[in-house]
Design a protein around this ligand. Structure first.
Ligand code: SAM
Length: 234
C-alpha cells in the first residue's frame, strides 16, 4: 500500500512511521509513505498557505491553490499505477469506522490531506474523493486523524500483524457480527479479589465459545445498543 500525507507538520509523522507494526510494515515494504510538506506550496515571502476568510470572521482558511498543488505533487511523486484515492480529514466528513478502514485497506494508494487553521477553502472538496472525520469533536489539525486512519487501515493488510486472526475477530468486525468483542483475561487468575471466570480456565472450547458469544452480546447491548440495531437492520 502507498500513502502520501499532505501536511504542514511532516515531523509529527516521523516517530509514528518508525514505531511498532507501522514501522515494521514500512521496513518490510508492505507500506510506503511519502510526506508532502504543504509549506513549499505556499505563496509570498512567508510561503503562506492560508488567508483571511471572504465575508469576514475569525481565523484563517487554507487556500485551495496551495492545498491542491500539494495534493497534485504528492500524487505525482507516489507514481501509483492507479489514481490514488484522495481523502480530506475534516470534522465535517463521513464518520470513520471499521467498515471504512476495511474499504481503505483494499485501496492500493491513498493521499491523506491534513487541514489546519479554520480548515480548507470549500473548493478543495472538489479535488477529493472522500471526506473523513474521526468523530464529533474538533482537533487543531488533521495529523492525528490521519495517523488513526493509517494505523487502523494498515493493521488490516495481510502479513502486517503477527496473528492475522486477531484483526478478523475483534470489535466491529463482521466476524464478531459487528458487535463489541468479548472480555479478555490473562494471568494472574485472581487479582485483588477479581477472578477470571471458571469457564475460561476449564478448557472446554465449546463452552468457552458460547460464554464469549453471550458476553459479547450482553456487553454490546449494554454499551452500544446502536451496534445491535444496525445488525438487526442489515
Ligand atoms: N473550522 C472547522 C469546522 O468547524 O468544521 C474546523 C477546523 S479544525 C480547527 C482544523 C483541521 O483539523 C481540519 O481542517 C481537519 O483537517 C482537522 N480536524 C479537526 N477535527 C477533525 C476531526 N474530527 N476529524 C478529522 N479531522 C479533523
Amino acid at each position: 500500500m502507498q500513502i502520501a500525507i499532505v501536511t504542514l507538520f511532516p515531523e509529527l509523522f516521523e516517530p509514528f512511521l518508525r514505531t511498532s507494526f507501522v514501522g515494521r510494515a514500512v521496513e518490510r515494504g508492505v507500506l510506503s509513505v511519502l510526506l508532502e510538506d504543504l509549506r513549499p506550496h505556499g505563496l509570498g515571502n512567508h510561503l503562506s498557505i492560508d488567508d483571511t476568510p471572504y465575508g469576514g470572521g475569525s481565523g484563517m482558511v487554507m487556500r485551495p491553490d496551495c492545498v491542491v498543488a500539494a495534493m497534485d505533487a504528492a500524487e505525482l511523486k507516489l507514481g501509483a499505477a492507479a489514481r490514488p484515492r484522495r481523502v480530506l480529514l475534516t470534522p465535517q466528513g463521513k464518520r470513520f469506522d471499521q467498515t471504512l478502514a476495511r474499504k481503505l485497506s483494499e485501496v492500493p494508494a491513498l493521499v491523506l490531506v491534513c487541514g489546519r487553521y479554520e480548515g480548507f477553502d470549500e473548493r478543495v472538496r472538489y479535488f477529493a474523493d472522500d471526506e473523513v472525520s474521526l468523530g464529533d469533536f474538533v482537533l487543531t489539525g488533521g495529523e492525528v486523524a490521519a495517523m488513526s486512519v493509517i494505523e487502523s487501515t494498515v493493521r488490516l493488510l495481510p502479513n502486517v500483524l503477527g496473528n492475522h486472526d486477531s484483526v478478523r475477530e475483534e470489535s466491529f468486525s463482521p466476524e464478531c457480527g459487528g458487535m463489541l468483542e468479548y472480555p479478555q483475561f490473562t494471568r494472574p487468575a485472581s487479582y485483588r479479589g477479581y477472578d477470571v471466570p471458571d469457564v475460561l480456565r476449564a478448557g472446554d472450547h465449546e463452552k468457552i465459545a458460547a460464554f464469549r458469544r453471550k458476553q459479547a452480546l450482553a456487553r454490546s447491548r449494554a454499551r452500544r445498543p446502536d451496534l445491535l440495531r444496525r445488525r438487526g437492520s442489515q
